[in-house]
Design a protein around this ligand. Sequence first.
Ligand SMILES: C[S@@+](CC[C@H](N)C(=O)[O-])C[C@H]1O[C@@H](n2cnc3c(N)ncnc32)[C@H](O)[C@@H]1O
Ligand code: SF4
Length: 455
Amino acid sequence: MLSKRRGILHLLYGVRSLSANITNKNKVEELMDSKHVPQDKEATLYIHWPYCQKRCHYCNFNKYISQNVDHEKMKKYLVRETKTLLSMSGVERVKSIFFGGGTPSLAEPGTISAIVDCIRDTVAMAPDAEVSMEANPTSAEWFRLSEFKTAGINRLSLGVQSFKDSFLTLLGRNHSSLDALRALEAAKTLFPGKVSLDLIFGIPNQTLTDWKEDLEGVLKVCDNHISLYQLTLERGTNLFKWHQAGDVSLPDADETADMYQIALDTMAEAGFRRYEVSNFVRDDSVSIHNLSYWTGGQYIGVGPGAHGRFALPGGNNRESFYGQREARVQTLEPNSWMCEVEKFGHATCKRVKLSQLDSLKELIMTGLRTDRGIANRTWMQLSGGKSLIDIFGNCQTLNTLGERGLLELTCNSFRVTDKGLIVLDSIIPDVLNGLDSFYARKSSILYVLDNNTHL
Ligand SMILES: C[S@@+](CC[C@H](N)C(=O)[O-])C[C@H]1O[C@@H](n2cnc3c(N)ncnc32)[C@H](O)[C@@H]1O
Ligand code: SF4
């Protein structure tokens, strides 16, 4: 039985070669055109800037508050780690770059340009490839937006969170709604059509009317992309402590479900398409970077605590390559991270080989959050040639969900419908079970075959 009110939204970011020393112009042009690039030679790059001015009360991202950031050292080591990981991955074409954090708008523009230049000098990257940066709307940062543009940034994601000052204070933000409006105006002038903004809902004491007003306000001033995140209680944050102590209470699951529904209706009326559970867009100004991440693309994570998913070259055929995709995490703490990059050229502290099944599960969990779903083409590359229909076509539970209008499985794709996205968190376990059963059947068939060979 599907519960309409089960948790709807969870945060997903998105997220974030020397060997490819390409001098031949035709080769570069060929690599610019993704149709000609094998998937293992292409990736997106996520760069993590780990510092913030102030710790927000709700955030447990990998961030550090420091008044003495050594910008020269950070620049040197971010560039060095970028070079090393590009070289190790064998990637020849970078589709997009995303500077996330922490607060990357506190980095020196010279750091941003050094990294972008290093990538462009090392691998093929289209001149207009997406280069995004997250920014906080404080005046210190929006005064420098034009310098970031010169450094190579062409898309900006502004963390507005709310246009109500009382909620900004409660969340521990160090900007006002007026700061956000000013930053937004500056950003839209510099990056027309390429500005996204983040809003949070489900804030303590926030009513449905407060949320509706925030949405209506944002639609008067926004550009073409909006991310709407449900506030999640994270361990280690002040908000978590206050909640444990009974000093604050969050809206309950029914209220947040109603807030999400209000968001869906309001955004649709304003002509925005929900292309991912938390992301809305008009004029098709999607985030290329996040879309690639949600749809199974490789990504390289650089900087303290950054995550990556990529294969090391060396597989002897297409199927074995995908077996080699790895989950990687870089050392969290910036000073230790710098020491390791100095010593080893990179600071990967954890590498986990992903099995074919692991990669498919990840694709299900991100791809089904998008309105277009999982493309059969991508699925078959990761599954070693098995189509979506081969795997899910005979699954009775999923067929029932399909009959109820929650899922759509065709030769080309597997997607959750608009109706299904509202109860996505209860659909995903059924899809994962369907996949597990297929693999269990497959391994028992192999077992029987194997036994027979001994007869
Ligand atoms: C980690 S921040 C980095 C960018 C920038 N420092 C900022 O605050 O906008 C990226 C986004 O994550 C959101 N975020 C962080 N913790 C969250 C939480 N517990 N619940 C919902 N959104 C969260 C932030 O509000 C922000 O919009
Ligand atoms: S929400 Fe952004 S500014 Fe606030 S602590 Fe987290 S990363 Fe830093």
